[in-house]
Design a protein. Structure first.
Length: 96
């Protein structure tokens, strides 16, 4: 399953999804794939583009997953990555 499918499914179910990324060509392709899957004006998906972004993570109610992993095939299945999974509300508030 592709990340774009997961994020659009979450939005269709009422989750507000924020996607923060750099304005690189491959990231713009991902953004267009997300837009093509749903009417992103109707569903709660917001895009934030910034040149300086390098951090990677997923933040939800009660958890924060962060680390060196890119959300790509190699990043999730091939490369050895360093990840941290936090459920402590104090740590989440501090790190996010």
């Amino acid at each position: 399953m592709r990340l774009s499918q997961i994020l659009t499914t979450l939005a269709e179910r009422g989750t507000t999804v924020h996607i923060a990324t750099r304005p690189d060509t491959h990231n713009n392709t991902f953004k267009e794939k997300v837009k093509a899957r749903i009417d992103y004006q109707e569903f709660p998906i917001r895009f934030h583009m910034t040149e300086e972004l390098h951090a990677k993570g997923i933040l939800g109610d009660g958890y924060y997953l962060a680390g060196s992993m890119n959300f790509t095939y190699n990043g999730t299945t091939v490369n050895e990555e360093a990840l941290t999974f936090e459920t402590s509300t104090e740590v989440i508030a501090q790190d996010s």
